[in-house]
Design a protein around this ligand. Structure first.
Ligand SMILES: [Zn+2]
Length: 114
């Protein structure tokens, strides 16, 4: 038997619509949540339609991702600096707060390795 992918996808979508899911970015519980790739790294996030349309990312994931690369902004290339600043505007968070959050995460990572 050949599987009809279109029919299967439509059935899966109908099932999914019956359930509300929580957006990883804003925390809203809605039927309009999809799972997609983060633009910050090789991981997936559940995101609502509003956040998806803005390209808004999960703040704590962004802090972790940047902290893995180093200190902001000196260790981060211009492309990511621009995207971080765009995200900070979307989240209404100051760059100073972001830098403090990244430094805290960098210190935590260092504690893992002695
Ligand atoms: Zn959202």
């Amino acid at each position: 038997m050949i599987i009809d992918l279109k029919e299967q996808t439509e059935q899966a979508y109908e099932v999914q619509k019956q359930f509300k899911s929580t957006c990883d970015v804003c925390g809203k519980e809605t039927e309009d949540v999809v799972v997609c790739c983060s633009s910050f790294g090789p991981f997936s996030i559940a995101v609502c339609k509003d956040c998806l349309e803005q390209g808004k990312e999960c703040y704590s994931d962004m802090v972790s991702y940047i902290a893995c690369a180093g200190h902001f902004p000196k260790d981060i290339n211009e492309v990511y600096q621009r995207e971080v600043r765009r995200q900070l505007t979307l989240h209404g968070i100051s760059e100073e707060q972001f830098i403090a959050d990244v430094e805290k995460e960098v210190d935590e990572y260092r504690s893992y390795y002695g």
